[in-house]
Design a protein around this ligand. Structure first.
Ligand code: SIN
Length: 342
C-alpha cells in the first residue's frame, strides 16, 4: 500500500484511494479499448493526469491494484478499513475511490450498507483504458472530485459520464459505452455539469442501506469470510440439480456451510417450478432463500401463498451481499444471546 501526501491542509483534505480497474488500464495500442490490462497505472499517476486537481490538498493512496472482476471479501475488508480510517480523520472532508466498472455497484453497496457515511465517499471509474485516444477516466475523476467537494454531499455515490448515482440503485448496464451506469426506476441523484452539481434528489442518508441489521465495521474485520450465499438464476428449462448439488456439497463440508441462496427470478421474482421445489428443500434444511428479479427495472411485489416468501427488491448481486451481511449480523446476535448468563 503506497501513501502519497500532497500539500497537507489540516482542515480540508480530500483522500483519493486507488483500487485498479480500466481507469488504471493500459493497452498496447491507443486505438484499443478492449485488449487492455486493467489495474496497471498507479493512483498517483492517474491523479497527476488531471491538472484541475493540482492545487487541492490531497492524500493519495493505492489500496489494491486489481481488475474488479476479481473483487472479493478480502479486498472489501482492506478497503473498508482504509475508508473507515480516513472518514474518522477530522481533517478529511471526503473520499474518492477509483474502481473497475465490473463490480463497482457491489463495492459501492457494501460500503454504503456497512459504513452509512455522513461524509461523501465518491466512487468513479472508466470504460476506456488510460492509454485510449479519448480516455474517459480523467474527466470522471475530475467530476468525482467536484461531487466530493460539493457542500452537503454525503453517503456512497458513483460518478460516471457526468451522472451521479446512489450506491443502492446503481447498476452497470452497458458492456462498452462510456455512459455505462443507470439507476433504474429511481434515476440518477444528479449530474455534474461544467464543474457544478445539479441535484435531482437527496443524497443517500444513513437509513438508505435498506432494512438490514447494522453490521459494525469491527464485526467485518473479525471474520475471514462472509457467510456463503450462492446466486442462481431461474430460466427456461431450469431444474433443481444445481441446488441439490450445492446442498449436498456443503452438507459434506460443514466447515463451509451454504447459508443462503439468492435466486434471480423471472419477471416479478417467479421461479421455475422444478427449481422452486429444490429451493423449498434447501429452505427446509435451514438455508435462507431470497427471491429477486432478473429484470433491470421494477421491484418484486409479493402476494400470499408463495412458497418462497422472502424477497428483495435489490438487484441479484446486491441482494447476495445484503443477505450475507444480514446472516453475519444474525450470527453475531445469536452469539451474544448464547453468551448471556442463563
Ligand atoms: C474492471 O472492472 O476492473 C475492468 C473493467 C472496467 O473497469 O471497466
Amino acid at each position: 500500500m503506497k501513501n502519497e501526501t500532497k500539500q497537507k491542509h489540516p482542515a480540508n483534505t480530500l483522500v483519493i484511494l486507488g483500487t485498479g480497474g480500466t481507469i488504471a488500464g493500459r493497452a498496447p495500442l491507443a486505438s484499443d479499448n478492449v485488449g487492455y490490462v486493467a489495474g496497471q497505472v498507479g493512483i498517483g499517476d492517474l491523479v497527476a493526469a488531471v491538472p484541475t486537481l493540482n492545487d487541492l490538498a490531497l492524500d493519495v493512496e493505492q489500496v489494491v491494484q486489481i481488475d474488479s472482476k476479481d473483487m472479493g471479501f478480502s479486498v472489501w475488508k482492506t478497503l473498508l478499513a482504509r475508508v473507515a480510517f480516513h472518514l474518522e480523520r477530522p481533517d478529511v472532508t471526503s473520499i474518492v475511490i477509483t474502481h473497475g466498472t465490473d463490480t463497482l455497484e457491489e463495492t459501492a453497496f457494501f460500503l454504503q450498507t456497512v459504513l452509512r457515511p455522513s461524509k461523501p465517499v465518491v466512487m468513479t471509474c472508466a470504460m476506456r483504458p488510460s492509454t485510449a485516444l479519448m480516455p474517459d477516466g480523467p474527466q470522471n475523476l475530475h467530476d468525482a472530485v467536484v461531487v466530493a467537494r460539493h457542500t452537503g454531499a454525503q453517503g456512497v455515490v458513483v460518478v460516471c459520464a457526468g451522472s451521479i448515482h446512489s450506491a443502492i440503485d446503481v447498476t452497470k448496464m452497458h458492456t462498452y459505452q462510456v455512459d455505462a451506469f443507470d439507476s433504474g426506476d429511481a434515476g440518477p441523484l444528479g449530474r455534474v455539469e461544467q464543474g457544478e452539481v445539479r441535484l435531482f434528489r437527496n443524497w443517500p442518508t444513513a437509513c438508505e442501506a435498506g432494512p438490514f441489521h447494522t453490521v459494525a465495521c469491527q464485526q467485518i474485520e473479525s471474520v475471514g469470510n462472509l457467510p456463503y450465499v450462492a446466486l442462481l438464476t431461474s430460466h427456461a428449462d431450469a431444474d433443481g440439480n444445481v441446488v441439490r448439488a450445492l446442498s449436498s456439497y456443503f452438507l459434506a463440508h460443514p466447515e463451509h456451510p451454504l447459508c443462503g441462496i439468492v435466486v434471480a427470478g423471472t419477471g416479478n421474482g417467479t421461479v421455475h417450478g422444478r427449481l422452486e421445489t429444490a429451493l423449498c428443500e434447501a429452505q427446509a434444511l435451514g438455508i435462507r432463500v431470497v427471491r429477486t428479479s432478473r429484470c433491470a427495472r421494477g421491484r418484486v411485489l409479493t402476494h400470499s401463498k408463495q412458497l418462497l416468501s422472502e424477497v428483495s427488491s435489490l438487484s441479484p448481486v446486491k441482494a447476495r451481499i445484503a443477505l450475507a451481511l444480514d446472516l453475519l449480523a444474525e450470527s453475531a446476535i445469536n452469539e451474544q444471546t448464547n453468551s448471556l448468563p442463563a
